[in-house]
Design a protein around this ligand. Structure first.
Ligand code: TXA
Ligand code: MG
Length: 317
């Protein structure tokens, strides 16, 4: 990718941004919390592009942004609690984590293979117009390089991501400036990330208490402990020869059962990773052997994910 276009909030430019998303390209856009780096949440390759552009070393699950409640209910198992909270706080800076619907069609890279999904309906008028114009779910983390500060202006996005994404819609400063509150609703209501909406406000709207989790524990939990995706089969990494009975997950020019990318393209490999692990797991092989994947660029995140899949299984993994 060479040029990043700065788009205005005119109807023509919003249509152009939506067309980029439809084509699997990345578009940064304003929300009331921070600018998000958006991609079609159903498109593995587009979602892989988010991790690549951010140079994120791990595949954290992403928040999927929707235009309205009906769009959220098509992706997750909607509940009375979700209805009450959406009624009170949507559109706005509250993200709800709910059980993923089987027919949701969301990229496994966006969910990090979890069986839950974080959904949010943003309040920013430009975000809402873009979501409506695109007409589908948009995965969007904050539009900054990994390890840098979240952007609250288009200029911040440009500083970090110019030349790495197709476009940024310049919609003025984000009002909240802090990422959304994340509430887990797949079990007892649990605050997973503090944000602009407090636990007290949430429990008042719900009519029941909300459990709180330490902020740092909340951020590191997904993808790192109990709920991360691990195949049933044992996983052997950096395999340069294949053993009998192993399913073979290749990378580059190797004979194998499934190839992450025969041409050695890391973005393609990231896009295929979860789907291929699932497919080989479902084949019933007792073990999956994986070719070495280079530890650079997106390869760092791929290796992070593979290492988790291969880690010894404790009682809580
Ligand atoms: O305000 C916001 O939420 C911004 C704007 C752009 O909407 N987005 C944002 O996304 O902060 P991101 O990717 O930085 O935050 C994603 C975090 C993950 O690191 C994880 O903590 C949590 O959301 N998360 C996502 N999916 C989850 C899941 N299924 N279960 C638990 N936590 C989840
Ligand atoms: Mg962030």
């Amino acid at each position: 990718m060479s040029q990043t276009e700065e788009l205005s909030t005119s109807p023509e430019d919003i249509d152009r941004a939506a067309a980029h998303l439809r084509a699997g390209r990345l578009v940064a856009f304003p929300t009331e919390t921070v600018y998000g780096l958006g991609a079609d949440a159903r498109d593995d390759r587009a979602v892989a592009g988010i991790f690549e552009a951010k140079a994120r070393p791990a595949f954290n699950p992403l928040i999927v942004h929707v235009a309205d409640r009906a769009a959220a209910a098509a992706l997750v198992e909607w509940s009375d609690a979700a209805e009450a909270l959406a009624g009170a706080f949507w559109p706005g800076p509250l993200t709800l984590v709910l059980p993923l619907r089987r027919d949701a069609g969301i990229s496994k890279l966006a969910t990090a293979g979890l069986d839950t999904l974080a959904v949010r309906m943003p309040a920013h008028p430009v975000a809402r117009t873009l979501l409506a114009a695109f007409g589908g779910p948009v995965a969007a983390p904050s539009a900054n390089r990994s390890g840098r500060i979240s952007p609250t202006r288009a200029a911040h996005v440009m500083r970090d991501l110019e030349g790495r994404i197709a476009a940024v819609v310049a919609g003025g400063p984000s009002e909240v400036g802090l990422e959304s509150t994340i509430l887990g609703l797949s079990g007892p209501p649990t605050l997973l990330r503090p944000g602009g909406i407090s636990a007290g406000e949430i429990s008042a709207a719900l009519g029941q208490p909300v459990a709180e989790r330490a902020a740092n524990a909340a951020i590191s939990a997904p993808g790192q402990t109990a709920s991360h995706y691990a195949p049933v089969a044992r996983v052997r990494l950096d395999a340069t020869e294949w053993r009998k009975d192993e399913a073979r997950l290749g990378f580059g020019r190797v004979a194998c059962d499934l190839n992450l990318s025969a041409s050695g393209d890391l973005r393609e490999a990231a896009a295929n990773l979860f789907a291929h692990l699932h497919a080989l797991d479902e084949s019933g092989a007792p073990a999956i052997a994986v070719s070495p994947v280079p530890r650079r660029g997106l390869g760092l995140a791929i290796n992070d994910r593979l290492a988790r899949a291969a880690a010894p299984r404790g009682p809580d993994t």
